[in-house]
Design a protein around this ligand. Sequence first.
Ligand code: NAP
Ligand code: ZN
Ligand code: ZN
Length: 347
Amino acid sequence: MLTVKAYAATSAAEPLAPITIERRELDPHDVLIEIKYAGICHSDIHHARGDWGPQAYPVVPGHEIAGYVTAVGSDVTKHGVGDRVGAGCMVNSCRECVNCRKSEEQFCLQGMTGTYGAVDRDGALTQGGYSTHVVVNEDFVLRIPEGIGLDEAAPLLCAGITTYSPLRRFGAGPGKKVAVVGLGGLGHMAVKHAHAMGAEVTVLSQSLKKREDALRLGADHYYATSDLATFEQLAGAFDLIVNTVSARLDMDAYLSLLVANGTMANVGAPAEPMSLNVFSPLMGGKIVAGSLIGGIRETQEMLNFCAEHGYGSEIEVIPAERINEAWQRVLASDVRYRFVIDTATLA
Ligand code: NAP
Ligand code: ZN
Ligand code: ZN
């Protein structure tokens, strides 16, 4: 066992606090990662605050992990000591079911093992990336290409893949008009990816505050959703809408912005269900889709795509003592555009 420093939520209401946790001995196919940076995802907050149901505490959140390999198990072939690597939302799955065989491990029929808050194969509760080290099966460790800093790479492991996957699946590219709803951690990655894929990108944000940033990140157009004229002006305008909002939306209002047969892909995960009117606007041939992170193969493809196109995430690196403040800013939609913890500062 390796005793390591971490930051944990000890209940749904308390601020996060320093803690030490145990990491398991390496199995033959395990990799020990020395974590350098860990991104803060809104899912960390939903999870630790019980939005998605009761949790077993303490919870060490964090599923946007970037660092170096410092040890490998006896049978590891995919990674070596010193490699720049990452880990995302999953640390294991069955490998044998129909979905695992397609490298859609996030849909493993036996349930993928989440990076935190899940029961691991050895029966222990998994603990996430707000810590100095993590042990991950080699198949769930990603290579971070040269050219992307480890700090700006960390958020790619969740925000990056979660937005890349539906953009690819629904054909974002030249000639396609893509709207991104919500300019936070996921939203800003959706803008960067869709722009790099060659789509015409529009940001729909609550206010005009993030307009300059959105245009710099690669958006072609920007509208405030607080202005009701936006919905009249943009009726039928988009082939694809990627909804990254962490709260409920008026689905009918957004579906009316799609062309006939257009798709609204939902990656935001609010606690409450959302309703929609099946008659209109949905009957305009429209598709409402869900999407959950992405498989390991597609995550590596996304990392390589980002390196080829020369971008990572737009980040604000913070010391561990500012994690609680960062969570408050995420909740207030005041993140520009992903907080990343420098794990060297874990006390
Ligand atoms: P985030 O950084 O907080 O971004 C969410 C953005 O949504 C905010 O910046 C804000 O953008 C907008 N927003 C927030 N509250 C709103 C409201 N009441 N009405 C309208 N817009 C609002 O969060 P994130 O880390 O990107 O995560 C976003 C959501 O995706 C979370 O629910 C998270 O759990 C989920 N998620 C899902 C997956 C998946 O696999 N499906 C993976 C990761 C995360 P503006 O200020 O621009 O309006
Ligand atoms: Zn996440
Ligand atoms: Zn499986």
